[in-house]
Design a protein around this ligand. Structure first.
Ligand code: CP
Ligand code: NVA
Length: 309
């Protein structure tokens, strides 16, 4: 049994194995319809319990399809409908019950500590479906999408992030170390990545490049990623924060400073950080990116259940 909480804690070898499996599985599904089960039904009889403390569209649906296509089933809980969410039951007891009824647990929460607590008390694998400091399933899937579109190893590409130093960026930074790719970050000085993640990069003998000028950040980029300026967990003055990011909006003019064949990716949902022209334009691959969550999360589930080929 393995947990999937932070990319930082998983070896490069295992992350790469997950992507290889996802590539094979995606190919094999070409002729199958949405709910048809993969040959061999590797997770037949398994129940994945999902719990959301924050809104979600993609994570909820993609995990539903992922476990179904592997032959298992899922049940989705809202924490405010449980005793836990009402303050009437401990994480320890909730975790014991989840482990009694289910085989895996996927959690989206506003507390990193909570993920760690669940990890401590569960005897089934836990998957982080987004926490304040991490969105690992999204980013591993994004590495898959980049390699699928660019048809080369991400280690040979210049990846650029324009936006806030949030959970998705934290996981992207972790991925840049695990997969050895160049990562440039464009953001206002006030919203640069924190020392904790920067020190972790240093400790791992890698480098990330941070610019307060978006043109410098995108220069020579093969891929530009962005995300909402205001995240689910942000308790800030929204108007003020958005104003800081004004010159970081991704538009045609900014994209022109990147490589000619640069692509645009975004985990969704979006705000005003990108123009419609770019988001819905030819360089954007956001819908393919969203769909790939299903394929990669299937292999993440198999990794957690110890069934990765
Ligand atoms: N990208 C993503 O995680 O989307 P949801 O918040 O809709 O799950
Ligand atoms: N950074 C965003 C990602 C949403 C999928 C958030 O945490 O809201």
């Amino acid at each position: 049994m393995k947990h999937f909480v932070n990319l930082k804690d998983i070896s490069s070898k295992d992350l790469k194995k997950i992507l290889i499996d996802a590539k094979i599985r995606k190919k094999l599904r070409k002729k199958l319809s949405t709910l048809e089960v993969d040959k061999g039904a590797p997770l037949k009889g398994k129940l994945l319990i999902q719990m959301f403390e924050k809104s979600s569209l993609r994570t909820r649906l993609s995990f539903y399809l992922a476990i179904k296509q592997l032959g298992g089933g899922t049940l989705t809980l809202k924490s405010n409908e449980l005793h836990l969410g009402q303050g009437g039951e401990s994480i320890a007891d909730t975790a014991k019950i989840l482990s009694t009824y289910g085989d895996g647990f996927m959690l989206r929460t506003d507390s990193d500590k909570k993920v760690e607590h669940f990890k401590k008390y569960l005897s089934i694998p836990v998957i982080n479906g987004l926490s304040p400091s991490s969105h690992p399933t999204q980013v591993l899937s994004d590495v898959f999408t980049v390699e699928e579109i660019k048809k080369k190893s991400i280690s040979k590409l210049n990846i650029c992030w324009i936006g806030d130093s949030n959970n998705v960026l934290d996981s992207l930074i972790a991925a840049s170390v695990k997969f050895s790719f160049n990562l440039s970050i464009g953001c206002p000085k006030k919203f640069e990545p924190g020392m904790k993640v920067r020190n972790w990069v240093k400790k791992n003998k890698k480098k990330i490049f941070i610019y307060n000028d978006p043109k410098k950040a995108v220069s020579n980029a093969d891929v530009i990623f962005s995300d909402k300026v205001i995240s689910l967990n942000d308790k800030v003055n929204k108007k003020k924060k958005i104003a800081y990011f004004k010159k970081f909006k991704i538009n045609k003019k900014l994209m022109a400073h990147a490589k000619k064949d640069c692509i645009f990716l975004h985990c969704l949902p979006r705000g005003n950080e990108v123009t419609d022209e770019i988001f819905l334009g030819k360089k954007s691959h956001v819908w393919q990116q969203a769909l790939n969550r299903v394929h990669v999360q299937k292999s993440i589930l198999l990794y957690c259940f110890g069934k990765l080929r």
